[in-house]
Design a protein around this ligand. Structure first.
Ligand SMILES: Cc1ncc(COP(=O)(O)O)c(C=O)c1O
Length: 362
């Protein structure tokens, strides 16, 4: 039977050779490949700085640390996102204040002001599924109330908001290079992008035990460093990212074309250039469809079945959690179809044929 996985990492000979070259160099951590990758990432995203680290979660934790996030602080964040979006702030003692989603599955900017209190310090929008959040609406609310904004770009490497790359729009952006993501490094990894060089300098120290020189520690930090082999590989992936993202957009266009009217297809706002980390459809018959597709060798996913305001870990921590009607309906209807940077179009058609067959449209 044909197999179509939900996602797949892009690997070619150049990627393999880069990894082997780095392996043979004798340098393994934070050396020349990492320096070059940081410069190339910053140039691509459009910031002065990119600081590599061991994951999005590690990056966000040290970013919250560097920004002075304190116990009792509140941050507005969508509930409908990967659980790690909220873990670092909780480790700092801050509280996520969960906001419902708009039609693009990103934070609903019309609900921000009503959720603010005297303890609100920032907003963490998530460019979910590779579609940028409504940044104008977010900045409007943030400026009015003196809040910082940090972008969760984990799923959106290369996406643009009004022609500007995500990760360069707010004070800082956090990326993940986990193997399912658009830009990958053959393992865990991430980076923080910012044009604040003082902040970047502090992050570089935090990721390496709070030091600049080998045996002098200016503050207590972490080991969130990055590796040469992964940087070498990531540099090749970065050179291919525009083609890979463009292909994802082509896959999304084909799905839209063939599935429109049969299932709810994902919207793309006129100001957005989405990179379709996920291609998420909606149907009330989601579970039966997923089972049917599985029978045809087609991988699917649910991103995410349990919203964060209803996670056991969160319900143990906080009382008076909100009801978020749009999120709570969405999680029972969403289904992610296969998409990746070199997914063959014939496989996309195979998936479309199967979806149409399930709904008796073929
Ligand atoms: C939206 C979002 N934020 C944060 C993360 C965490 O990334 P990492 O696994 O690199 O820590 C992920 C990845 O799962 C994600 O999808």
């Amino acid at each position: 039977m044909k197999k179509v996985p939900l996602s797949r990492v892009f690997v070619n000979d150049e990627v393999r050779e880069a990894g082997i070259r780095a392996m043979n160099s004798g340098w393994y951590i934070l050396a020349k490949e990492c320096e070059a990758f940081e410069a190339e990432l910053a140039a691509y995203v459009g910031t002065k700085e990119a600081v590599l680290c061991s994951s999005w979660t590690a990056g966000a934790l040290m970013l919250h640390h560097a920004m002075g996030l304190c116990p009792g602080d509140e941050i507005l964040v969508p509930s409908h996102t990967a659980f790690p979006s909220i873990e670092p702030m909780i480790h700092r003692g801050a509280r996520p204040v969960f906001i419902d989603i708009d039609e693009t599955y990103c934070i609903d900017v019309d609900l921000l002001e009503a959720s603010m209190t005297s303890r609100t310090v920032g907003i963490l929008p998530v460019h979910l599924y590779g579609h940028p959040a409504n940044m104008d609406g977010i900045f409007l609310a943030a400026k009015k109330h003196g809040l910082w904004v940090v972008e969760d770009c984990a799923q959106a490497f290369g996406a643009q908001y009004r022609g500007q790359r995500v990760g360069s729009i707010a004070g800082a952006g956090a990326f993940s290079f986990f193997p399912s993501k658009n830009l990958t490094v053959m393992g865990d990894g991430g980076c923080i992008t910012t044009s604040d060089s003082a902040l970047a300098g502090k992050l570089r120290m935090l990721r390496d035990h709070g030091r600049k020189s080998k045996y002098v520690h200016d503050f207590v930090g972490y080991n969130f460093r990055f590796n040469e082999i992964q940087a070498a590989v990531g540099r090749v992936e970065l050179r291919n990212i525009d083609n890979l993202n463009e292909h994802r957009r082509g896959v999304a266009a084909r799905y839209n074309d063939r599935l429109e009217g049969v299932v709810r297809t994902p919207p793309e706002r006129p100001w957005a250039r989405a990179v379709y980390h996920m291609y998420v459809i909606r149907t009330e018959r989601r579970d039966a469809l997923a089972e049917f597709l599985k029978g045809k060798g087609i991988g699917t996913g649910i991103h995410y079945p349990v919203p964060n305001h209803q996670q056991p870990a969160i319900m143990k921590l906080y009382s008076n959690l909100p009801r978020l009607p749009k999120t709570e309906v969405a999680v029972s209807e969403i289904l992610s179809l296969p998409i990746y940077g070199d997914l063959p179009m014939e496989d996309v058609d195979y998936v479309c044929d199967a979806v149409l067959e399930f709904f008796g449209k073929k």
